[in-house]
Design a binder for this molecule. Sequence first.
Ligand code: ASP
Length: 309
Amino acid sequence: MIERTIVVLGTGGTIAGEAATASDNVGYRAAQRGVAQLLHGVPAVAGLRMASEQVAQIDSKDMDFAVWVPLALRCAHWLARDDVAGIVVTHGTDTMEETAFFLQAVLAPRKPVVLTGAMRPATSLAADGPQNIADALAVAATPGAQGVCVAFAGTLHGAFEVAKVHGYRMDPFASIDAGPIARIEEGQVRSLRPWPAGTSLRAAADLPPPDRWPRVEIVASHAGADGAVVRALLAHGVDGLVVAATGNGTLHHALQAALLQAQAQGVAVRRASRCLEGRVLPAADDQLPHAQGLSPVKARIALLLELMR
Ligand code: ASP
């Protein structure tokens, strides 16, 4: 019988952060400890072999295509192995929802890929990293689990719905509009709804090198939005624009005029909503397509993948 393995890929974040004192939860440096060190003291899952690999070592506010491409390729590599039951990715919380959506979109894995991190550095009196890793391992070891998800503070969120909604709380994530996939309690995964499924928008192996990705920017509709940012981007050169629209995809008329001009010039434009919950519902006279219920940052990733040649 093949021994089952869980692979833990490290990318940095607060979970790997260090501060000068145990009481300092804000003045720390993220991405200081290696992934092997993060696993010290985290109980192994019975009957499973563990392997780890450092893919990057960054504060996830600085996440970039140059990390996403190798991360997706390493995930694809490990997922293809029969002995690998699942993957855990340690990651900063700032862009975790973007990386989760990106990995789901390029892997659509039939095995679990579980992102986790921490809101307190490893040196903190209240370090939450070890328990979050233990919970993520429990999910990765769960028979039948699949898809990319985020295990955090005892809750499991799907890649499509997960969003960071708080900058300090120990449970900063919410499953917008859908509710969590599961709770993780004492090493047990209590399922609440089906695992994420779907097909990939583009295979990881087909991703262009990081310096050849299209340019897709996010602009916002707000009081006084006059479209100057859109005109500046057109002058600079841009392939796609996601607009964080108000309410049900509505736009300041001046911004809308600039976006229609961009669309007429061949720039792909998508309307996402600034509202945290709900989705843009289409109307018969829409002149700009909506973003299929994705948040602005996730709509940008979907458009990046769509525009790749
Ligand atoms: N700035 C940190 C990061 O995203 C925040 C965290 O991990 O909680 O890497």
